[in-house]
Design a protein around this ligand. Structure first.
Ligand code: TXA
Ligand code: MG
Length: 333
């Protein structure tokens, strides 16, 4: 473990691990976004996550583990799941597989489903923390439910403040967009959420197309039946301002989220360009931070320039469409 942890972080890792072992909450950096972690084997600890996030309890969590070997103690890997794990772990990929009969991921983390979402993160601090804790860590993004995912420790503090016992600060997350989620429950793997690894990269590895899951509308809290793809709440990643997509100009009462210089000099200081040079990776890394910055201007709306749908553009557009979707009253937490 110690070789993976920058020397100046070791005492913090130990402190964080101790908090997690006694059932507390620790926000930690991953290569995608900051996670709000708790002991994934303890219903009690996981309940703390739902409470801090004010998250509807039917929405299951990703369990973060140290290795594929460890993942296989908790989930049953088909040939396809195994292939994807071998190729992309550690990294920004989450696999939904049938829960193993002897698996230790508690049912609250799985929201009562008989499947489990597993991921081996690549970030050195996340890896060090999992190893130091010796437990799988349930961790959704460290924001209040329905809000933009945090990509810096400061953003976690803004959103969760003292609802979290400790924040492990690892600087900005390099990818800035959540993991890609693949459902490996059926014969054909399904893309549940586009993310840090593009659909094309995964399809190239599998040598076949992924089936597409269709977004569901925001369920009501009283919904009895667990959702098959509960990650797909339509209104999610919502800034306070309304969001107008495919904008080619910025109106006077709008902030502007530009891409590739579409807006030119319109909007002035109220405009931020995700990537003036049109680079989708750079745009992904800036997305959530820029949405927060523009939201802070207090204008009623954010105009968003068109973003190409290829590569990471699919995941970026997915987040933006959710941000623009009509808001369910309870979705803001
Ligand atoms: O990059 C990420 O994935 C970040 C970092 C912290 O790892 N985590 C993250 O977690 O985005 P969260 O909870 O915000 O999103 C996880 C998504 C949820 O939308 C959830 O519905 C879905 O994964 N999910 C979890 N378990 C599932 C299951 N058994 N079946 C279908 N979807 C599942
Ligand atoms: Mg989230």
């Amino acid at each position: 473990m110690s070789s993976l942890v920058p020397a100046d972080h070791s005492p913090e890792i130990e402190k964080a691990a101790a908090i997690l072992r006694r059932g507390g909450l620790v926000a930690f950096p991953t290569e995608t976004v900051y996670g709000l972690g708790a002991d994934a084997t303890s219903d009690n600890a996981v309940a703390g996550i739902y409470a801090a996030k004010q998250r509807p309890s039917f929405n299951p969590l990703i369990a973060h583990v140290a290795s594929l070997e460890e993942a296989r103690q908790h989930g049953l890997f088909s040939e396809t799941a195994f292939l994807l794990a071998r190729q992309f772990w550690p990294g920004p990929l989450t696999l939904v597989v049938p829960a193993a009969p002897q698996g230790k991921i508690c049912s609250l983390a799985r929201a009562g489903l008989d499947s489990v979402a597993l991921r081996v993160p690549a970030h050195p601090l996340a890896r060090a923390l999992i190893e130091a804790t010796g437990l799988p860590l349930a961790a959704p993004s460290a924001n209040r439910s329905g809000r933009v995912s945090p990509v810096t420790a400061e953003q976690v503090r803004e959103d969760l403040g003292d609802r979290v016992d400790f924040i492990l600060d690892g600087g900005p997350c390099p990818i800035g967009l959540e993991s890609t989620i693949i459902d490996c429950l059926g014969d054909v793997p399904r893309l549940l959420r586009p993310g840090g690894i593009s659909r094309q990269t995964i399809e190239d590895c599998l040598g076949k197309r992924l089936s597409q899951s269709s977004a569901v509308s925001p369920p009501s809290v009283s919904q009895a039946e667990p959702l098959r793809a509960p990650g797909l709440l339509t209104s999610h990643y919502a800034p306070r301002a309304a969001v107008r997509l495919e904008a080619t100009s910025v109106h006077e009462d709008e902030a502007g989220l530009d891409f590739g210089g579409t807006f030119g000099r319109q909007g002035g200081d109220n405009c931020l360009d995700l990537s003036p040079g049109g680079d989708l990776r750079e745009a992904a890394a800036h997305l959530f931070t820029y949405l927060r910055q523009l939201d802070r201007l207090g204008l009623p709306r954010i105009a968003v320039a068109p973003i190409p749908e290829n590569g990471l553009g699919e995941a970026i557009n997915d987040r933006l469409r959710r941000a623009a979707a009509p808001r369910a009253p309870q979705a803001d937490g």
